[in-house]
Design a protein around this ligand. Structure first.
Ligand SMILES: [Mg+2]
Length: 690
């Protein structure tokens, strides 16, 4: 090969190479470059490139010191290999290049020029950076994640775990890397589940589940776990498990569930849970029809009075104590629930006989009738229990509850303590609904009448006045006793209209007697006002209107209210009673001694008389004890400057005792039963002749 041909071949490689080729002087100018280098650096031709660069160090390199390093390497080693730098293209764009170069010496022994090649490695560099970023992302995420992360190889050994894992399970990475960890953190009973999950992951699945894992100290931790395969190319080379501690959420969920099904005050099951348990008890009872499955509905008799007089916190204490007592006398299979207010219900299961069942129910009633000592008060709220003794006869829980409720109301109304439901009660309930309609009608038609019971002075047995008592003479049913229709009127609110009618009629009658009978001008009329009437606005206005219409001396009208009226909404009661007294009307407390009125309480009330409840006069309790009570009521009345009327006086010896105790007035069968208008007028005449 001649030199000429060799030169031509070299030139051809130079012109056509993919790599950039250059010849530069040690002081930083280009002697020659090939078209590829011009392209790499963004020039139209080698000539353009050569003309552009006066100082390679400053113009080409992003960091000019790279050129100094390049030169130093060439001076030391005569060559550089794989020298990577960032350079600026003609348009300012920065790219990565790698250079190979050698020093070419002249005949004088000095470096004549450098020759070398340039490759654009920007793409590779970017890929490397990307990879580095990815690695940083992963390693920092892994290290700093609050979640517990562990990497397992396909032979079940730990490859790495993060701080979150160390923290959650109490093992250090250095203790477990290279070893299996399943025996450490997976509870025995979950080993199979864990193996199944692993198999699924190794088949390519991502699994997620809520499960339990064990801390080094043995504590079980509820976790949300995600497991997925680590793919390297087409193969799985390990598994990543991520655990999230969900203890807090779990306990919150449990708390919420508990709250949804339990009463916050007593901790007992609530109505919802009770209904669910009752459904299940119904199913069980049908399978064991020979046994007694019963539902008891329990209501305290004087809960409202306790709340009203002693405050809600005492009321709450009472409910808690009731819940505790009831819970103590049932078995584990039974359910005690609080349905709301002071209403409790119990499911008693699998009693062999009705007798046994009733024994259990009676025990419950008697423990509720024992005194409750709360906040320094001894309370006897009493309880009424309605019982459905055999729920197997029912198809729905609602029906059981309805009937237990009917029986409970019956117990409460009759003051009977405990009542077993029977089918008759249904009929009676329907009857009372009919009765309500009829009462509405008779009231509208002015079809009720008043009877009058005399009130007599104890000292000289003179007629002082009458208590007006409403009567319903039904055309078909005959005389309907007030204890049948008054509670009904109370429940339905009819009592308000009924009460207004009574006041109007009583005042009208008294006025006519006063006008027509010589000995009647001083007589008084006592009228009962119920708590429902008292609660409605307009009562005082109505009484004022009646007094004005009848031109009746207001002092002749006495309004009787029960202790429960006093205890309800005290502030308003005092205002209303004061307004009544401002009219000149007198106020008496009826059935006194059966409620919870305290001395301090009575002192605040604008009242004129106490009517001692009949149970203390002619009741069956110990006469000695009753005498004591009557004596203390009278002395209480004296100290407050109130008059005293004894109710239920049946015989002369009772009257004599009252006289000895200095009681003012008396009322009872001894003098007369309640009588109609004509008989009342006769009585007025008779008393005047005494
Ligand atoms: Mg009365």
């Amino acid at each position: 090969m001649t030199t000429h041909i060799a030169h031509q071949q070299y030139r051809s490689i130079f012109e056509n190479a993919v790599e950039g080729i250059f010849l530069t002087t040690p002081d930083g100018r280009y002697l020659d470059v090939n078209p590829a280098l011009a392209t790499i650096y963004g020039f139209a031709s080698p000539g353009d490139l050569i003309a552009h660069f006066r100082d390679i160090k400053q113009q080409l390199y992003v960091e000019p010191e790279r050129r100094d390093q390049f030169v130093r390497l060439l001076e030391r080693d005569d060559k550089v290999v794989g020298f990577e730098s960032q350079v600026r293209k003609k348009n300012g764009e920065i790219i990565w290049i790698t250079e190979n170069a050698r020093a070419v010496y002249g005949s004088n022994g000095a470096i004549a020029y450098y020759e070398g090649t340039v490759m654009d490695i920007t793409a590779r560099k970017n890929a490397e950076t990307d990879l580095e970023v990815q690695r940083a992302y992963f390693s920092q995420l892994f290290a700093n994640s609050p979640q517990a992360i562990v990497i397992i190889d396909t032979r079940r050994n730990v490859v790495n775990c993060n701080r979150g894992f160390e923290h959650l399970f109490g093992y250090r990475a250095i203790d477990i890397v290279g070893f299996g960890m399943r025996a450490l953190i997976v509870p025995e009973e979950l080993q199979t589940e864990c193996e199944q999950l692993r198999n699924a992951i190794l088949e390519g699945a991502t699994v997620q589940c809520e499960t339990l894992r064990r801390h080094r100290d043995g504590t079980l931790i509820p976790v949300d776990m995600i497991g997925f395969p680590i793919w390297v190319g087409p193969a799985i080379n390990g598994i990543i498990y991520i655990y999230q501690d969900i203890s807090e959420r779990k306990s919150f969920e449990q708390q919420i569930t508990h709250q949804a099904f339990h009463d916050a005050l007593t901790g007992l099951p609530n109505r919802t849970l009770f209904a669910e348990r009752l459904e299940r008890a119904l199913e069980r009872s049908r399978r064991r029809p020979e046994l007694f499955f019963a539902v008891l509905m329990i209501d305290l008799n004087k809960f409202k009075a306790v709340n009203d007089t002693l405050g809600h916190s005492t009321g709450d204490q009472l409910l808690i104590e009731v819940a505790r007592r009831l819970s103590l006398c049932v078995r584990a299979v039974d359910t005690v629930a609080r349905l709301g207010g002071d209403e409790f219900a119990i499911i008693l299961e699998e009693f062999p006989s009705k007798k046994e069942l009733l024994k259990a129910a009676r025990r419950m009633h008697s423990i509720l009738c024992e005194p409750f000592c709360l906040c320094g008060n001894e309370l006897l709220p009493g309880a009424s229990i309605g019982i459905v003794p055999k729920i197997a006869d029912y198809t729905s829980a609602d029906d059981v509850l309805r009937d237990a409720d009917i029986a409970m109301y019956r117990a409460k109304q009759g003051g009977k303590g405990m009542v077993l439901f029977d089918k008759r009660m249904h009929r009676e309930l329907i009857e009372s609904i009919n009765l309500e309609a009829e009462l509405r009608e008779v009231l509208a038609k002015d079809g009720l009448t008043l009877h009058y019971q005399p009130i007599v002075t104890v000292a000289d047995e003179q007629l002082e006045g009458f208590e007006a008592l409403v009567r319903w003479d039904h055309p078909l049913r005959g005389m309907i006793p007030p204890d049948r229709f008054i509670p009904l009127a109370e429940e339905t609110g009819l009592i308000v209209d009924l009460g207004k009618w009574v006041i109007g009629e009583a005042c009208r009658k008294l006025k006519s007697w006063q006008e027509n009978l010589a000995s009647a001008h001083h007589l008084t009329m006592s009228v009962n006002v119920s708590i429902r009437q008292f609660g409605k606005p307009g009562l005082v206005e109505h009484i004022a209107e009646v007094l004005r219409q009848q031109q009746l001396n207001p002092a002749c009208l006495k309004i009787e209210v029960t202790e429960s009226v006093l205890m309800h909404d005290v502030g308003r009661t005092v205002t209303e009673l004061n307004r009544l007294r401002a009219l000149g009307v007198q106020i008496a407390i009826d059935d006194f001694g059966t409620g919870y009125s305290s001395l301090s309480y009575l002192r605040r009330m604008p009242i004129d008389h106490l009517k001692i409840d009949r149970s203390f006069i002619s009741g069956f309790d110990d006469p000695e004890e009753n005498d004591q009570i009557v004596r203390s009521i009278i002395s209480l009345a004296r100290s407050l400057g109130l008059g005293v009327v004894a109710e239920g006086v049946e015989n002369r010896s009772q009257l004599e005792r009252l006289r000895a105790l200095n009681c003012d007035k008396a009322q009872g069968f001894m003098f007369s039963r309640p009588v109609d208008e004509n008989k009342a007028m006769e009585l007025i005449g008779k008393f005047s002749q005494l």
